[in-house]
Write a protein that binds this ligand. Structure first.
Ligand SMILES: [Zn+2]
Length: 330
């Protein structure tokens, strides 16, 4: 397969064009949105001002969407140790958390002195959501350029769960561990607003209601939540503007008892469903669902092109995929 010689985007990626040197149009226009050290500093300053302004007023300063993967673990460490933020870490258990990741989560929250919740919705319902996501076109093509349909559905539920906890418990910040390849710096500090949340919720809830019925409503916001407008929190993704170095991240989180899981695919350090989600996406769209994120990381110099290619070209473990199919009844 032909790929951009600078990043890793393949010829099958939507709207891609190559110049004579084999460089893709995404790379050619990239310098316009280049992220300078100066703008990172600006975001860091804004972040620190917000933390100062809103922390220490309630039971928790922030809730963290804590998957137990390397990026959210490192984010949690920075927030706790560098900024002293009082965090409630929340792990959304989709039924496919790697056993190593579960142990990692326990070790890390213990070592950092963080309160933690495992939130596990009914598995029969989640399995339905994942099957619906595979079998129907419930997301736009544009959305699926950045993540698989299963991941998009799962992350949607994670976001609404965190939002609900934050609104109902008066928590001013929701932290995410997005890598600089996933979260553009402009979206790294973001005050939630009601019209945006309503339209985001409609986009996911309406198709799910169609297949599942009203039973899915309790995983989303209700009219009372929307009335608590003034409490709508900020979303913060600190890795977009703080340091990001995979080698350093691994060595730092190992000190917290975090071990690299051997059972997940090359793009996840917590989720056993990911390999199957990737496989389905590749079969349907002919490109890897992580390729956009990895191309971003390569362009920004956070990982080498060779390492990026390895993450994309490594085949998923078939035993892992078969187990998922069995559990989802596919
Ligand atoms: Zn490129």
């Amino acid at each position: 397969m032909k790929r951009c010689v600078r990043c890793v985007l393949p010829e099958t990626f939507p709207n891609i064009k190559f110049n004579e040197e084999g460089v893709c149009n995404f790379c050619q226009t990239y310098h316009y949105q280049n992220i300078s050290e100066e703008s990172k500093k600006d975001y860091q300053t804004k972040f620190e001002e917000l933390i100062k302004k809103y922390s220490g007023k309630g039971e928790y300063d922030g809730i963290m969407a804590y998957s137990g993967g390397k990026d959210s673990t490192y984010s949690l460490k920075l927030l706790r140790e560098r900024y002293g933020i009082k965090i409630l870490a929340l792990t959304f258990d989709n039924g496919f958390i790697s056993h190593t990741a579960i142990q990692n989560i326990k070790n890390v929250v213990e070592n950092l002195g963080v309160d933690h919740i495992f939130y596990k919705p009914r598995f029969d319902l989640l399995a339905k959501v994942f099957r619906i996501a595979i079998e129907n076109d419930i997301f736009s093509r544009k959305t699926l350029e950045r993540a698989s349909t299963i991941c998009t559905a799962c992350i949607g539920l994670v976001k609404f769960t965190c939002l609900k906890f934050a609104i109902r418990n008066n928590i001013p910040f929701i932290f995410y561990g997005w890598s600089p390849g996933q979260a553009p710096i402009k979206a790294s500090i973001f005050k939630n607003n009601i019209s945006m949340i309503k339209s985001m919720q409609q986009a996911l809830l309406v198709p799910l209601q169609k297949f599942i019925g009203e039973g899915i409503n309790s995983y989303f916001l209700n009219e009372n939540d929307f009335k608590l407008l003034e409490k709508l929190p900020y979303n913060l993704s600190p890795l977009a503007f703080l340091e990001y170095d995979e080698v350093k991240i691994h060595s730092e989180i190992e000190k917290l008892g975090w071990i690299f899981p051997a059972d997940t695919d090359t793009n996840s350090t917590n989720c056993l469903l990911n390999a199957f989600a990737n496989k389905v996406h590749k079969q349907k769209f002919k490109y890897h669902p992580y390729v956009f994120e990895i191309a971003n990381l390569v362009r920004q110099g956070f990982i080498s092109r060779v390492d990026g290619l390895e993450k994309i070209e490594t085949e998923e473990i078939s035993e892992n995929i078969e187990q998922v199919k069995l559990r989802l009844n596919i």
